[in-house]
Design a protein around this ligand. Structure first.
Ligand SMILES: NC(=O)c1ccc[n+]([C@@H]2O[C@H](COP(=O)([O-])OP(=O)(O)OC[C@H]3O[C@@H](n4cnc5c(N)ncnc54)[C@H](OP(=O)(O)O)[C@@H]3O)[C@@H](O)[C@H]2O)c1
Length: 331
């Protein structure tokens, strides 16, 4: 398939480089940054340099760059309506800009000639969600615009689905302990959520998230029984979801662990990981699973369950985007 990427930030660049080793071809990318800067950022990466070492050769050209000898055109438009998706015969635009999150805004890519659009975050209610391992079969031939959900959604939905169906969930509080992202500040500054404006690398920063709304939408049986927050910590990559749940009946930690281990080896093989070693967040970098249940940190007290689940917010999630592009190729 011919792919275009809109928004070449952390996710867009990683997606571009990972797509280079698939059957899909990135034909064009768009970002408001100058081309020279984009090529530089594709060549050097503070987190994944080691992973990509000797994997990709990136050379600047007159109208873009070559990625392993494949030409990629670079555009610098702030509106998708200005992009030549029709002339380039683009099959899928993956929108990783974070700026276009409603069906109406994403439709601008369709109006510009793209056949389909995949949004790299949870959009507004009018953008259907396709969460790998949860509702893969919901993709229809005529669906032009879909969302992959965000990294936190991809992690928590897999775990919730299993707990609700097998143990019954009465209520849950979730704290996503997460690396800092571009939606925070490097030095203290103004921000609508005041704490997001505080210097990202100098303190532990609790921030507001709307993960609860997404989870409630997907699991109506637990509507109004779930609360979520995120704690941003001074690391550049990785996350640990701290889940505190009240289950329907008492259950011991070993039973919970055994059931997740089985799930990771069967239905969710490749999407759910299961950890038995004393790892820390650096050990999760480049792990491709949407969620890695840490069996060493599972605790239960009667029907109270504490579960800890790791994920690499960028690498794992970007692998999901590629798998959804694969699904689009078949549907
Ligand atoms: N990072 C993660 O862990 C993660 C995980 C899953 C999903 N996501 C989601 O993926 C999206 C991108 O995240 P990210 O971390 O990659 O963010 P990012 O690093 O800020 O990347 C966004 C890129 O889009 C560019 N951009 C801004 N306005 C644009 C426009 N009108 N047209 C084209 N490009 C534009 C930005 O340029 P400027 O920097 O100049 O504004 C930036 O280069 C967000 O919706 C995020 O929620 C992120």
């Amino acid at each position: 398939m011919k792919i275009a990427i809109n928004g070449m930030g952390r996710i867009g660049r990683l997606l571009c480089k990972l797509l280079a080793s698939t059957k899909h071809q990135v034909v064009a990318v768009n970002d408001i940054m100058p081309k020279e800067n984009l090529v530089y950022l594709l060549k050097y990466d503070s987190i994944y340099n080691q992973y990509f070492l000797n994997k990709n050769i990136i050379e600047e050209t007159g109208d873009g760059f070559q990625l392993n000898s494949q030409p990629v055109k670079v555009f610098s438009a702030s509106s998708p309506t200005q992009l030549p998706w029709k002339n380039l015969d683009v099959d899928v635009v993956v929108d990783c800009s974070g700026k276009f999150i409603t069906a109406e805004l994403l439709h601008q890519h369709i109006a510009a000639g793209a056949k389909r659009v995949l949004l790299s975050t949870t959009g507004q209610d009018d953008v259907p969600l396709l969460i790998r391992g949860f509702n893969d079969h919901s993709l229809k031939n005529d669906q032009k615009i879909i969302s992959s959900g965000g990294c936190m959604t991809n992690c928590t939905v897999l775990v919730f689905d299993h707990l609700i169906n097998n143990f019954g969930v009465e209520s849950a509080h979730i704290n996503v302990i997460h690396s800092f992202t571009s939606r925070q500040s490097l030095v203290d500054g103004p921000y609508s959520d005041f704490r997001r404006g505080r210097a990202a690398t100098t303190s532990i920063i609790p921030v507001k998230i709307d993960l609860d709304q997404t989870v409630e939408k997907l699991f109506p049986s637990i509507a109004n029984k779930i609360s979520t927050m995120s704690t941003r910590v001074p690391i550049p990559c990785g996350a640990l979801v701290d889940m505190n749940l009240i289950l329907k009946d008492p259950v011991d930690a070993q039973t919970i662990n055994n059931s997740f281990q089985k799930l990771s080896q069967n239905q969710l093989n490749g999407l759910l990981g299961y950890n038995t070693e004393p790892i820390t967040s650096t050990d999760i970098i480049c792990n491709p699973h949407s969620a890695v249940v840490d069996s060493t940190l599972t605790y239960s007290l009667g029907n109270h369950l504490k579960l800890s689940v790791w994920f690499d917010d960028q690498f794992a999630f970007t692998n999901r985007l590629i798998e959804i592009v694969d699904l689009m190729n078949r549907n």
